[in-house]
Write a protein that binds this ligand. Structure first.
Ligand SMILES: [Cu+2]
Length: 670
């Protein structure tokens, strides 16, 4: 009976999903009944592959960049269900990130407090060339920064500003054992190694503008980042990068454009040359040169912001110098390999032998060979140099070309079964081709204008070649209309068979440029459920209700408050005046999973707090009006959540009211 019931239930579900999908795909198009029937069967097959039953978990986590949202969003795959949004470079009123006294320092930069950024590329940390589920590194494209997210807590743990960079697009690329996270600048700018200000004009681009590649060291145990050194490179635009694997592990590769070094109307000025360059840097050798003292010490000014795990307080450290390596002084450090003009992605296949360069304007995809590169270097088969950096002969490094792949090749990943998949921005498709002979074997349309794509582990030595996610730039008619702005769209494609099959569309947040995906088992078991109250060493933590209090220090009032289902202590406060700086240090006393408390106060020119169990967070409030002001818990925590509220009496300026506080039976202090 039970089996039969289950079967009937599943069949009914599939029909419902298929009917919905068929309706959508046929809306506005004439279609015969036969077509609908065929579509229904295909859609039903797709539905079974993405269906995750209620209460069941997804196979994989996917971390998508938020682009101009400055955040990272987390999805379950294959369902496409959104699990979380992690604020990184942008303030998030939902949980107070960037608004609370504890988190504000995370957004400090040499430009002051920067509450927004354009986050492009998430990259998972690695052990022995495989993603290990410990951290996620992401870049800020606008105000150059690299952040590390802790995947035990899904929180931003650290943000490192990158000096001598202007547009940190080519970032962040971890080496195979997280020795370094590497970040290249998109815009070249005048860089003076003595750290002096120079009055440079646009016309001096070729002489004065430089690029930089930053090598951020990662502590193996803690993940803590530190800018070890930078390599000063020719004044091109550095677009994307990827590290080698296996035999090419010591190298990292960068696509460049604007090798013409134009300073204006780059859409024309940066498209003059038939070829731009793939830059290859031997990072192991660079680290050796840096260790051996080949660096120049340059005055600099940049921020390093870190969250303390025990106090949950972020602090900023100002760094005042950076070590610089000059390629012309470091033989063997850097080479340039010609590639078709204006390339975007550079992707290294799982074996580490092939470097695939996708040129948006190119009609072919060149596949360069790492072993050929080494031979070409050895034979000194150079066709010239840029500032002492040898240019290798294209034909000597080339392994082959993928012919007629489609229009606008952009980014390639791999399935670990000998196939490569390249996104085609202009012709809106994903193209599958063989690494053995570079022949195209399959193509599938995507809707529309795909940017990057991701295969779980597709940038490691052992991809998990079951799914591919296409991240599309344009959505148009794929969903119900929502006015002029539509959600960007991801599409999940089954790549387990010979032919690619479209399984699912799902909307995404902001503009996902790139994503990473990893088996759930590498992250889920380590996920923190709550913070230990005992280990909470926040200096303003209040661990017992009996320790709650209100203290005045000049025009500052500090409220040491606790929250537990279902009351705030204290919940009646007086002795606050208009214009005071009131700091609510709220400790969530709960020691249970999924019981955050929120805290908000009427008229506050700030966000709310969302305090995790066992943690302390501080909200600043400067009352503007006299009167009785309500405050309450914003997170529906219990049946009596609506009762979790209180009042503060605000007296006019100059009216001396003694500080007093209470909750229920607890009498105000004398
Ligand atoms: Cu509550």
């Amino acid at each position: 009976m039970e089996t039969l019931y289950k079967k009937v239930n599943k069949a009914a579900l599939l029909l419902a999903v298929a009917a919905g999908a068929a309706l959508q795909s046929c809306s506005g198009i004439e279609s015969s009944q036969a077509n609908t029937a065929v579509a229904s069967q295909a859609d039903a097959d797709a539905a079974t592959k993405v269906y995750v039953a209620p209460g069941k978990h997804d196979e994989l986590y996917s971390f998508m960049s938020g682009g101009f949202s400055g955040q990272v969003s987390v999805y379950g795959i294959p369902s496409g269900r959104q699990l979380k949004v992690i604020p990184v470079f942008s303030q998030n009123p939902e949980n107070g990130y960037g608004y609370t006294e504890e988190s504000k320092a995370m957004l400090n930069t040499s430009f002051g407090f920067v509450p927004w950024d354009d986050l492009h590329h998430p990259k998972l940390s690695r052990t022995d060339g495989m993603t290990d589920g410990r951290w996620l590194f992401v870049n800020a494209n606008n105000t150059p920064r690299v952040a590390r997210l802790d995947l035990k807590t899904f929180e931003t743990a650290e943000i490192m500003e990158i000096p001598n960079s202007a547009g940190n697009h080519c970032s962040p690329y971890p080496t195979n054992d997280n020795e370094y996270v590497i970040a290249g600048t998109r815009f070249s700018v005048p860089i003076n190694v003595e750290g002096k200000y120079e009055d440079v004009n646009f016309s001096e681009y070729k002489d004065k503008f430089k690029g930089s590649i930053s090598f951020v060291k990662v502590d193996k145990k803690t993940g803590d980042m530190d800018l070890d050194f930078q390599v000063l490179v020719p004044g091109f635009d550095y677009d994307l990068a990827n590290g080698g694997k296996g035999p090419s592990s010591d190298w990292v590769f960068f696509t460049t454009y604007n090798t013409e070094q134009a300073s204006t109307l780059k859409e024309i000025g940066a498209s003059q040359n038939d070829k731009d360059f793939l830059a290859a840097i031997n990072w192991k050798l660079a680290a050796k040169y840096a260790r051996e003292g080949k660096t120049h010490e340059m005055p600099a000014y940049y921020y390093h912001n870190k969250l303390d795990e025990k106090t949950h307080i972020a602090t900023s450290e100002i760094k005042k110098k950076v070590r610089i390596l000059l390629p012309e002084e470091c033989p063997g450090l850097m080479y340039l390999i010609p590639v078709p003009k204006s390339p975007h992605g550079i992707d290294v296949d799982p074996s580490g032998e092939f470097m695939i360069v996708s040129g948006k304007l190119a009609s072919i995809i060149p596949v360069h060979s790492f072993s050929n590169m080494l031979k070409t270097i050895e034979k000194k088969d150079f066709i010239g140099d840029v500032g002492g950096i040898p240019i290798l002969r294209y034909e000597s490094v080339l392994a082959g070309e993928v012919k007629e792949p489609g229009l606008g090749p952009l980014h390639t990943e791999f399935d670990g079964k000998g196939n490569a998949y390249t996104s085609m921005f202009v012709s809106s498709e994903v193209v599958k081709w063989k690494l053995k002979d570079f022949k195209v074997v399959d193509r599938i349309p995507v809707y529309y204008s795909v940017g990057h794509l991701v295969i779980p582990g597709g940038d490691t030595k052992k991809p998990y070649g079951k799914y591919l996610i296409a991240m599309n730039k344009i959505t148009k008619d794929r969903y119900l209309p929502t006015g002029p702005e539509l959600a960007h769209s991801a599409q999940l494609i089954d790549i387990s068979g010979e032919k690619m099959k479209l399984l699912l569309d799902f909307p995404t947040i902001g503009e996902p440029h790139y994503a990473q995906a990893i088996e759930a088992g590498k992250i889920a078991p380590n996920s923190v459920k709550f913070y230990s109250l005992e280990e909470n060493s926040h200096p303003q933590a209040t661990k017992k209700e009996s320790d709650t209090r209100v203290e005045r220090k000049g025009n500052q009032v500090h409220v040491y408050m606790t929250a537990i289902r279902s009351h705030l202590t204290p919940d009646n406060i007086e002795g606050v005046n208009v214009g005071d700086e009131v700091y609510f240090h709220v400790t969530n006393l709960e020691q249970d999973w999924d019981v955050p408390h929120g805290f908000a106060i009427m008229g506050n020119n700030n966000a709310e707090l969302l305090i995790m169990p066992g943690a302390t967070q501080t909200l600043k409030w400067v009352p503007q009006k006299a009167g009785i002001v309500p405050m309450y818990c914003t997170d529906f925590c219990s049946a009596l959540h609506q009762e979790m509220q209180g009042y503060i009496k605000v007296s006019p300026k100059g009216v001396k009211t003694p500080v007093a506080f209470s909750t229920g039976g607890k009498k105000p202090a004398a």
